[in-house]
Design a protein around this ligand. Structure first.
Ligand code: IPD
Ligand code: CA
Ligand code: CA
Length: 258
């Protein structure tokens, strides 16, 4: 395993432990609203600081793009961090959230780690090396028709609420064509679930780099496809995400490009 992946796993586990400790004391959690319907807790900040400290112990020159503290440094290597993906779930004790850490080199995804501290599952990938769940190789599902597929999604509920009508059209199309839809509430985990075949596809409008970077590499290295909603490859900048096994991705594309 690559040294950077080891460090990412160590940092993600430490951040995960901080979350789990707080879960038994959610009533004391301090929460504030960052912007419309978007919340941040003290734990998001403590977890991000912990992750950054561990990265900088080993790679002091590398730059950082974190959800809570933004951009730091200017280096060919950048670590993209979402300390808690699924903060709304975390605040309510709804057991679906994770830590997401990716490394890019000259803007190319090189490594990705997503850690689910409740199930203690580590999803990881390095470019050209395949994807793993707890060290075992994973692949996307073999489901070959949308009719038999289970699809994950996320709703526009924050500053992107103006996209709700557009999104609801896509939701209606997909509901009518699949076995089921799930909205677990953590985009990074949704992407990992596509990578290991627990769901066959995923789409969401308006995601950010830190939601997507690690999961995107994990999907690609597991044989899946990830694009924007019209099938183009600028998904990280664009933020509108469509992913799936190759067959489901192409069928979903027809239902979602409206
Ligand atoms: C959110 C989660 C959620 C998705 C939102 C994201 P956060 O991340 O991934 O599933 O629907 O778009 O912002 O705010 O909990 O880090
Ligand atoms: Ca997130
Ligand atoms: Ca977050």
């Amino acid at each position: 395993m690559h040294g950077m992946v080891n460090i990412a796993i160590r940092a993600a586990r430490e951040a995960g432990e901080i979350m789990i400790r707080q879960l038994n004391h959610l009533e004391t959690l301090s929460v504030s609203e960052k912007s419309n319907n978007e919340y941040v807790t003290e734990i998001d900040k403590i977890a991000e600081k912990t992750i950054i400290n561990i990265i900088h112990e080993h790679f002091p020159d590398h730059s950082i793009l974190g959800e809570e503290f933004g951009k730091q440094g200017d280096n060919e290597y950048q670590w993209i961090i979402d300390p808690i993906d699924g903060t709304t779930n975390f605040i309510h004790g709804f057991p679906v959230f994770c830590v997401s850490i990716a490394v890019t080199r000259d803007d190319e995804l090189e490594h990705g780690v997503v850690y689910d501290p409740l199930r203690q599952e580590i999803f990881s990938a390095s470019k050209g090396q395949g994807s793993q769940l707890d060290g075992h190789k994973i692949r996307v599902s073999k489901t070959n028709s949308l009719k038999n597929s289970l699809i994950a999604t996320g709703f526009p509920y924050r500053s992107n609420k103006d996209k709700l009508d557009e999104y609801l059209k896509t939701l209606k199309n997909v509901i009518q064509s699949t076995s089921g839809i799930r909205r677990p509430g953590s985009a990074a985990l949704d992407l990992c679930y596509v990578a290991c075949g627990r769901v066959d596809g995923f789409w969401e409008f308006g995601l950010r780099k830190w939601d997507v970077a690690a999961g995107a590499l994990i999907i690609k290295e597991a044989g899946g496809i990830i694009t924007n909603l019209i099938g183009e490859s600028d998904y990280l900048e664009n933020g509108n995400i469509l992913a799936g096994n190759p067959k489901i991705h192409s069928e979903l594309l027809e239902k979602i490009t409206i």
